[in-house]
Structures are given as structure tokens and as C-alpha cells.
Design a protein around this ligand. Sequence first.
Ligand code: PMP
Length: 438
Amino acid sequence: DHFDVTAAPNSAALFARASRVTPGGVNSPVRAFRSVGGTPRFMSSGRGAYITDADGKEYVDLVGSWGPMILGHSHPDVIAAVRAAVDRGLSFGTPGVGEVALGEEIVARVAPVEQVRLVSSGTEATMSAIRLARGFTGRPKILKFAGCYHGHVDALLASAGSGVATFALPDSAGVTRSTTAEVIVVPYNDIEAVRAAFAAEPGVIAAVITEAAAANMGVVPPLDGFNAELASIAHADGALLISDEVMTGFRLSRSGMFGLDGARQGWTPDLMTFGKVIGGGLPVGAFGGRADVMSLLAPLGPVYQAGTLSGNPIATAAGLANLQGCTDDLYRHLDATALALGDLASAALAAAGVPHRLQRAGNLFSIFFGPDEVRNYDDARRQNTTAFAAFFHSMLDAGVYLPPSAYEAWFVSGAHDDTALARIADALPAAAQAAASQ
Ligand code: PMP
């Protein structure tokens, strides 16, 4: 049985303890294996491409902490930077040198970011960016895309609405209608719906927020020219474009998805949001962009935003060391590894007769367990999640840790070498057979 808990007795015992003191036994929902079933594995260590659970079982890791571990786990340079920072003290609540260096590195890499402010999560980054966009424009509404995730900001949890621009209903209990009434949700990759939303309410939308490449409904790349059109429609109305690169930033290239798209097609977001890679595994987020917009932030301007641990010296040391490892060589490695791994997985599924679509945005990819191209959230939801669950558990048993959801990207790192790939390749045929039987 794929869902046999006796395979991981220590994880099962920890999960039982955790479930007594923490809702669902986890501190972030997708970790709980709810959509694939079975006992979540409690990890105790990680090195390179591998993580080891509380029962001592080792896995090739294709989650990478959902993005930060781009150099692999326990990278010596990151660990050394953290150790050195720890010796100098943990937090001062004053400005410090580490946050200056991290800010300079972000600004140097991403041309549209003239100024940046550090926060402690991607959620804080998007929350602050939409507040700033509303403050700058004096307008109330935000336009987002169904299936795009921007963290658990109340307004941005709205993702309902299909086909045409609509007022979203709350996606989460506890989010009020007045909050989502100020959010317009349209289908991803549907530029006509964006045009219609602006035409219906000119001068009312403060910002369009989009994932630079959607990767939270599985990987759904923007259609060619989509982001450029978004920028031009928003700007024609006096609205801002917020490009959320929390997942793609500093992963797809030195300057994230922007480097593959905006920098080539000549469009520019007004604000961008970051997280994950810029923290190296510690809690860091950031938002930045046009200096005239950023100058509205307190203490210079009237838009308030703050944080006790913002720019924390340990977190910024980890983030800076992580970014310094993000060289052209690393990106070449990530691209080649993602290409090879996606092809391997797709070939195994094809050999077993499993209908699937491999979709890529740079070195991020995912596999939809269905026959058709996925361009938006409605398409994504047509996949066979039961087949994914069987595939996932077979891979897990064989020592490969995939994201425990059919709607998440697969993450590779600089440490994923031929040995790691060979271990994944060995596991794939049986997993594809398991998927075929569903
Ligand atoms: N935006 C995007 C595109 C994300 O992928 C995520 C997290 N997966 C977030 C925002 C939220 O970041 P965090 O979990 O650090 O709050």
C-alpha cells in the first residue's frame, strides 16, 4: 500500500505529537500530505541534493524548501556566512551592514529595482507592494489572476471567478467580502479579460499583480507577450504592474523571470516582490522597484510598512551568500538539469501510457496528469490528482521527495548531479506504472 504509515514510524510518532499542539500537525498546509494521503515525513537534516527524515531514510529532494535551497542543502558558503554572522549577534533592531549588502546585490541584478525594502516573507512583500501601489495611485482595486498565489494576504487569497472579470468571493473563511470586493480576478493568460476589466472601471485599479511565470497551479508560463501586454494595459490606465518573483526571482536567471522576459521584450514592472532564494533558507522577503514609488514608504512618505526582524543580520548573511553562489555557471547547471529531469520523467510516463503534460518556465517545471496544454487555473484543475498521488508515493518509497501536490513546481539545485538524477531515473518506471493504474 502506497499510504502505509509503518514505512515511517518516527515520522508517524512526530506527526501524532505535532497534531496535538498544532492544527493539522504542520505549520504550513501543503506539508501535511493532505492531497496525496499518508504520513508527512519529518526531515532532520539535508546535504546537497539529499534530505534525511526522522527514520533515517534519505531522499533526493525536489522541493528545496520550495525554492530557497538553490545551491543545495547545507552549502558550505552559506553555512559559513551564517556561522560568522551568529558570532556577531542575532538581532539589533538597528540598521546593519548585511542588509545594505543584500539590498545592493538585489538592485545590481534586477534593473527595474531602483530601491528595495527587506521584509521576512514573500507574503509580507506582496502585502506591502499592494499597499504601496494603492498609496501611490490613490486607487482602491487590485487585479489578480485565478490560480496565481501571492502568499496569504487577505486580499490576494481571492482567486475565484472564471471566464470573465468578476468580483471574487473569498477563497478563505475569515476574509471579508469588503476585502475581496476590491479585488478583480481574471483567468491567467487571458489578456482580453484584463482589457475588459480596465475598460469596465477606468481609473480605479491601483495595480495588476501577477506571478512573473505562474508556478503555483503547476507551472503555467505566460503566453508570449502576455506580461508585456499587461504592462502596457496597466500603464495606459495609470495603474502599476507588480511582478511577483518570489518563486522565480534569482532562480530562472540572474534577474529571475524578468531576465528571460521583460529584459528581452522591453517591458518593465513598476514593483517586484521576492523571497525564497534571497534568504538562502532563512526568512527573507523583499519588494522594490521604481524609486519614485518606493519613496512613498515611511519614513520618507505616508505609506507605513515596518518589521522588528526586517533585514535581520543572520538572514541577510545567508541570503547574500546564497545569491553570491548564483553564478552564470549555476544557471547553466540548473537549466540543463531541469531539462534532463523533465524529459526523463515525461519519457517514463509516456512509456507507461500515462496522459500528461510537461510544462516549463525556464528551469522550473511541473507535470500535469492530463492530456491537454494548461494555460490557466481551469485547465490545471482538470488533471488526474489520484494518478499524481500514486506517482508521488511510489517515488517517495523509492527515495525521491517530490512536492506533495500536483499543483506545485519541481525544484532542482546546483547539487543535483548525475548521481542524483540516476537515482530519480531508477525510481521513475515503477512510479509511472503506479500512476497508470489510477
Ligand atoms: N508569491 C509567490 C509567487 C509564491 O510562490 C509564494 C510562496 N510560495 C509567495 C508569494 C508567498 O511567500 P511566503 O510563503 O514566503 O510568504
